[in-house]
Design a protein around this ligand. Structure first.
Ligand code: CMC
Length: 430
């Protein structure tokens, strides 16, 4: 990775310092500044970390200029077409696709671990009726450690915790919906796939059995595969950062869920639908929303547009657009919001503001419409994202704790506050 002949020279206060240049397997280059502060007394300043590589990683490759996304080298297009979500999760976590035996074993473990401790229901019942499902999910995931204490053998602990979490997040998510609606909780069926089981747990009831439709299961599988990892995004960085303090996996994942909740990240799918609804209610005038998004004095942004890394069409959005279209067709449904989405996309893509800033639709632009068609309530959309992203968070956490150079994450700052100031007693303050 490091070529001793390639260095970058920094000239500072009349002295020159050489720093090694490191190169990744796809030719990406970085300056290794691990010794910067010790040698120069300087730190780097990079708010939002747009120019900072926080780690090396062999999990996901992303090229924002060319619109490429691969998990362990495999293009997402191939995974979306051929893999199951379980295989994708295994690939991310273990580094290679599972053999038939490994997949069978993984599937059996996911089924075995799917029920949650009965006492956890009491937690659910005590959340206020309008509590956001992301807040509930993050609390429930964090509380798993109390219900399933640590196993002494470290390897066994990791294996069990990882599988338990992938299995239980699905149960917890479906359960939160059922309890919020006052419905009976439904447990998974061992004969169903991971995605089909989630739909079954969400929508089946003793009064009205849920008919599983292949197209819906297919769409959910693709959505979860497309969400499964995205290298060092905000929530994954949260998982790594919190994990660096050596908290348990549940706590680290809970912080990832909380970060994902934000409308600039995983909460964008919910925000997109709310925006499209607002356009519809306002008579379908996309142009005025585009104008608002361009106005520097208006904090409104086109939700589902733009990405920190992609400076071309998000490759996940390309797949999602088609999946969404096919899903609506297969269900024989039309959705006025899809028409508005298409018009909004066309309007923005022709606009100089969006062209010059490389702002294209991202995955969230279309997932919300697909989730609506499946009958998922809007406030559950970020939860759907979280279930999909879980294997990536776990893989990244595992990679970080197994890194021989693992360090506590602790960025520095440039202080801009007052210089030393004497304490003023309260009766002398004005
Ligand atoms: N609508 C209007 N203007 C935008 C948008 C948008 N959605 N996104 C970026 N811009 C403008 C921004 O105002 C700035 O303009 P100027 O140069 O005149 O100041 C320029 O584009 C660069 O924006 P930035 O905020 O510096 O870019 P960023 O990399 O910090 O932001 C982003 C990335 C995703 C937070 C942002 O594009 C955004 O807020 N998008 C809407 C929310 C969204 O859809 N989020 C989901 C992201 S994909 C899912 C995931 O992986 O999390």
């Amino acid at each position: 990775m490091e070529n001793p002949h390639d260095t970058i020279q920094l000239s500072c206060k009349g002295r020159c310092f050489d720093f090694p240049l490191v190169e990744g397997s796809e030719g990406e280059q970085a300056i290794d500044i691990k010794t910067l502060r010790a040698r120069t007394g300087l730190i780097t300043l990079d708010p939002g970390y747009a120019n900072t590589g926080s780690c090396t990683s062999s999990i996901t490759f992303m090229d924002g200029e060319r619109g490429i996304l691969r998990y362990r080298g495999i293009p997402i297009q191939e995974l979306a077409q051929q893999a199951s979500f379980k295989e994708t999760a295994f690939l991310l976590i273990h580094g290679s696709l599972p053999t038939r035996d490994e997949l069978t074993q993984f599937s059996e473990q996911l089924t075995d671990y799917s029920p949650v401790h009965e006492n956890m229901r009491l937690f659910f019942q005590n959340f206020p009726p309008n509590a956001h499902p992301m807040g509930i999910l993050s609390s429930m995931v964090n509380s798993l450690r109390s219900f399933y204490p640590e196993i002494a053998n470290e390897d066994e602990e990791i294996k069990v915790t990882v599988t338990r979490l992938i299995s239980k997040i699905r149960t917890l998510a479906a359960m939160s919906y059922k309890i919020s609606m006052g419905y009976q909780v439904i447990y998974p069926r061992p004969d169903l796939s991971y995605c089909a089981n989630f739909l079954h747990m969400m929508f089946d009831s003793t009064v009205r059995p849920y008919e599983l439709k292949e197209e819906v299961v297919h769409a959910l599988r693709v959505i979860w595969i497309l969400h499964a990892d995205h290298e060092q995004n905000c929530s994954t960085s949260a998982v790594r950062l919190v994990g660096s303090a050596r908290v348990n996996l549940y706590a680290a994942i809970s912080s990832g869920i909380t970060a994902l909740w934000g409308p600039l990240h995983g909460g964008a799918n919910q925000a997109v639908i709310e925006m499209l609804e607002a356009i519809r209610k306002g008579g379908g005038d996309c142009r005025s929303f585009v104008e608002r998004a361009k106005n520097p004095n208006d904090s409104f942004r086109l939700m589902g547009f733009g990405h920190r890394v992609y400076k071309t069409y998000d490759p996940r959005a390309v797949i999602m657009k088609e999946v969404c279209h096919k899903l609506l067709g297969a269900l024989g449904r039309s959705d006025a919001l899809l028409d508005i989405a298409r018009e909004l996309e066309a309007t923005a893509l022709e606009d100089e503001y969006f062209i010059s800033r490389n702002l294209y639709p991202n995955i969230d632009f279309y997932t919300g419409i697909a989730f609506r068609a499946m009958g998922i309530p809007t406030n559950m959309f970020p939860v759907m994202f979280a279930i999909g992203r879980l294997p990536g968070w776990i893989a990244q956490w595992l990679e970080s704790i197994r890194d021989p150079h693992w360090k506590l994450s602790r960025p520095r700052q440039i202080y801009t506050g007052p210089k030393e100031t004497a304490y003023t007693p309260i009766d002398q303050r004005v």
